[in-house]
Design a binder for this molecule. Sequence first.
Ligand SMILES: [Zn+2]
Length: 235
Amino acid sequence: MDHFDDLVAAYRILAEYGVIDAYGHVSLRSPTNPQRYYLARSLAPERVQAEDILEYDLDSNPLDARGRESVTERFIHGEILKARPDIMAVVHNHSPSVVPFSVTGVPMRALWHMAAFIGDGLPNWEIRDVRKGTDLLVRDAQLGSSLAKTLGAKPAALMRGHGSVTVGESLPRAVGRSVYLELSARMQMQALALSQKVNYLDEAEVRASTPHQDYKRAWPMWREKALARAKAERK
Ligand SMILES: [Zn+2]
């Protein structure tokens, strides 16, 4: 199935760009049933093949697990897809350059056209507002729906001391946003190290850039390379 290949590619692209480590994941809403989504079993992202992909309902129950282990934080995907009928894909990652912004109160801002979607900032989810003394993981639907509420209608949200989520109206958009969010965070730290007077994109520039940013030029190349690697590993 083509959309399984898309998802296999998405995992491998995110791993290659350093966005997801051994624990990140990406989901795709079923193109035929909006009440279902696909997510890989608990496995390193650069190893994912089509047979590792499971189907879930929006309460994050696997439908046909056949012994395959689900990821603990699948509730992130189910609850966001439930709250956001407009989106098709969710990426959860521990993107290293984004985390410092989640713990310092320094807002992420759009300073580069490739990540204009950041706009004038992204919400930051505080797990302690729901539950204290956790291991920071989104282990159930209550935590997932709280995160979805913080995300609201935004393209991404930070998760304090943990990572972030990015969403998209398409899989390439969610993946592209994740890659460029990491790069933009790194650039913002570099810019702030040079000067406290950073010239950010203004509101009109954000508005003019964001609707076109679907990463359609990058996606076919990323996908082709990722699927070639997946195929080579089968031999
Ligand atoms: Zn996580």
